[in-house]
Design a binder for this molecule. Structure first.
Ligand SMILES: Nc1ncnc2c1ncn2[C@@H]1O[C@H](COP(=O)(O)OP(=O)(O)OP(=O)(O)O)[C@@H](O)[C@H]1O
Length: 630
């Protein structure tokens, strides 16, 4: 029997039976949400707040590791948590009286039958920003091998009803302002941008689905990206958060598949998708999958998603029902390919969403493995598409390894710039005053949807628990929560049952949740790109939003300079105290905090800016670029 078949015995029913003691884990204010050990997990009865949320807190930080300890592998409280990467938490712990029992070393790390399977693919530390000795996102399994129980979680099926599939939120008052953003397309012979969806000449079904999704006119990244992809060009695209990058790659790909009459077949032991899409987190890839499924509604194109924390057998069975578009997180994608259930000989499109993240230190090895997988068409033979709102230059250079030499670089607005529909506020506050400050902020937000970002999983639990105690319905999402809990948390937040979501960086990128009016950076991230993505959870699709960041000079001074630049670049007020800190942090020589903000564009240089589709000479545009952003 194949490994996956064996795992496949974990049906939804099985899952429910096993997890029926896990009710109420959404931190919705019920007392059992922080009753240590009340649900009989493992042995940790002294874990205080922690016990309700995470199972053993294993070193790997991934959901399955967590599940491993839940099955008896480790202790609770601080056990198994590598404090070395948890700088903020030490201050925080004392603030909260240092709860958390010292249990045994946390649960198991990656579970790798056949040496291949790996759940830690998601949310892994990258570029030293999140890793660093067990920092927040270091999901690499380290605790042991092959000893964790099978993952039995099977997610609820995606919606079947048309209204649910096409449910969407309205674009906002600033949607038309997208047209004023400077666009830079560099590389040779870029195709002409389209101004309307009609110009894209998509087939009727696709057009209908676009209409049902509430799309009336394309956003700039769609105006430029769609024809580029349809022309068969490789693309590295950068556009601000919430500006429609997902449809910019999905629509032209689906159109090509439709034009070529691609249809899924369930009569094959090995599925050969035409498209592979990878993204760094489970929730994001699931969202992309739902978008792809929506646009492909009523067509013969079948979309499947695979990600960690879910029963592998279930996912393989889904793949084997027929698969043209395979969406996945890197670890699970590699696993399924490694098991021989997915062949790559028909692959035409490889899409890296959040491409800078997919190519940073955390995921680069997986990406190299993916493109080196047996049967993977060479970069000359496939179309490779990369999308993100941020592209550090070193990553851009490295990304070129994955692309044909004549790839196009599309920059809508500033590369790495924040969305100007988000009002950004900074408040200077010490670590110990943050909690009170948060309460003040939440008093003003009322029941409006608010995401509160913190730097560590442990702190996410503490803050969520604290807010629940204060009778603010709150849930949390982070890498130590089981996948079922993560999905429940997101669902509770989406429907407003819990209007406050405390999150680590696992929720920083890509998530598109209606009604998120506020983002609070309880802890600022160490990277400015991360900041840009976090605040981009609000102010999407022309809607306005607000971000409030707690700046603790003790911890956040290294970020001051980049913050000033991002604020200025998005036409936000820059507090004078922040400017002073930025100047002080940088020394007094040569730093003009309002000076040129970003590396601006394609590292290959060149380019020509367009406004409203009209091309302008590169030199002139460069000047405009300087004017606009300085
Ligand atoms: N042309 C359009 N008209 C109306 N709504 C649109 C259009 N394009 C995209 N949207 C909607 O805008 C929202 C944001 O789109 P999307 O999630 O693709 O943004 P993104 O650029 O990928 O953001 P991020 O950088 O955060 O990943 C989604 O709800 C999407 O359905």
């Amino acid at each position: 029997m194949d490994n996956w078949e064996e795992e496949g015995t974990g049906t939804a029913g099985h899952y429910q039976a096993i997890n029926n003691n896990a009710e109420g884990s959404s931190l919705n204010g019920r007392s059992d949400s922080f009753a240590g050990g009340s649900r009989g997990r493992g042995r940790g009865t002294r874990g205080g707040f922690r016990n309700a949320f995470s199972s053993g807190n294993d070193d790997s930080g991934n959901s399955d590791g967590g599940q491993g300890s839940r099955w008896g592998g480790g202790g609770f409280g601080n056990s198994g948590y590598d404090d070395s990467g948890d700088n903020e938490a030490s201050g925080f712990r004392s603030d909260f009286g240092g709860r958390g029992g010292r249990g045994g070393r946390g649960g198991r790390g990656g579970y790798r039958p056949g040496g291949e399977y790996r759940e830690e693919g998601e949310e892994r530390g990258g570029r030293g920003r999140f890793g660093g000795g067990g920092g927040e996102l270091d999901d690499v399994g380290r605790g042991g091998e092959n000893t964790a129980p099978k993952v039995v979680y099977v997610p609820p099926p995606p919606p079947e009803e048309e209204n649910s599939i096409f449910a969407h939120y309205a674009s906002g008052i600033n949607f038309d302002k997208y047209d004023n953003i400077l666009v830079d397309v560099s590389g040779e012979n870029p195709p002409q941008a389209i101004m309307t969806f009609e110009e894209a000449a998509m087939c009727e079904t696709l057009n209908r689905n676009v209409g049902k999704s509430g799309y009336v006119k394309p956003t700039p990244v769609q105006k430029h990206g769609i024809p580029i992809i349809m022309a068969g060009r490789d693309l590295m695209a950068c556009a601000q958060t919430g500006s429609g990058k997902t449809a910019a790659f999905l629509l032209p790909i689906l159109q090509r598949l439709m034009a070529d009459g691609v249809a899924a077949s369930r009569f094959s032991e090995v599925q050969e998708p035409e498209v592979i899409i990878v993204a760094p987190t489970r929730e994001l890839i699931n969202q992309i999958f739902l978008e792809a499924r929506k646009f492909a509604f009523g067509t013969c194109v079948r979309t499947v998603v695979v990600y960690g924390g879910v029963n592998t057998g279930y996912m393989i069975r889904e793949v084997l029902k027929g698969c043209n578009v395979l969406c996945g997180t890197p670890g699970r994608m590699l696993d399924i390919i490694g098991r021989g259930k997915v062949g790559l000989s028909k692959l035409r499109y490889l899409v890296l969403d959040e491409a800078d993240r997919m190519l940073d230190m955390g995921f680069e090895p997986d990406m190299r493995k993916l493109v080196g997988s047996p049967g993977m068409p060479s970069k000359e033979e496939r179309q490779t598409l990369m999308f993100s709102a941020t592209y550090p230059e070193d990553i851009q250079r490295m990304a070129a390894d994955f692309l044909k030499t004549d790839y196009l670089f599309l920059a809508v607005g500033q590369v790495g710039g924040a969305c100007s529909d988000v009002e950004q506020n900074m408040v200077q506050v010490t670590q110990y005053a943050k909690r009170d400050m948060l309460m003040d902020v939440l008093k003003t937000t009322g029941t409006e949807r608010t995401m509160v970002f913190v730097e560590t999983k442990r702190k996410a639990d503490f803050i969520a628990t604290f807010l629940c105690q204060e009778n603010i319905p709150t849930t949390s999402i982070h890498g130590d929560r089981e996948q079922r809990e993560r999905e429940q948390a997101l669902a509770d937040f989406r429907i407003g049952k819990c209007p406050v979501l405390v999150a680590t960086s696992v929720a920083a990128r890509g998530l598109d949740i209606e009604h998120v009016q506020h983002v609070v950076n309880f802890d600022l991230p160490s990277s400015i790109d991360e900041y840009v993505h976090r605040i981009g959870r609000t102010g999407r699709c022309g809607n306005t939003g607000r971000a409030m960041s707690f700046f603790d000079p003790e911890a956040d001074t290294p970020l001051a300079r980049s913050l000033v630049k991002v604020l200025a670049g998005a036409q936000q007020e820059v507090p004078s105290w922040l400017e002073e800190i930025a100047i002080g942090a940088h020394g007094t020589t040569g730093f003009n905090p309002r000076g040129r903000v970003f590396a601006s564009m394609d590292t290959r240089k060149g380019g020509a800016f367009e406004r409203d589709g009209a091309r302008q000479p590169a030199v002139q545009s460069q000047a405009a670029d300087e004017d606009e952003w300085e």
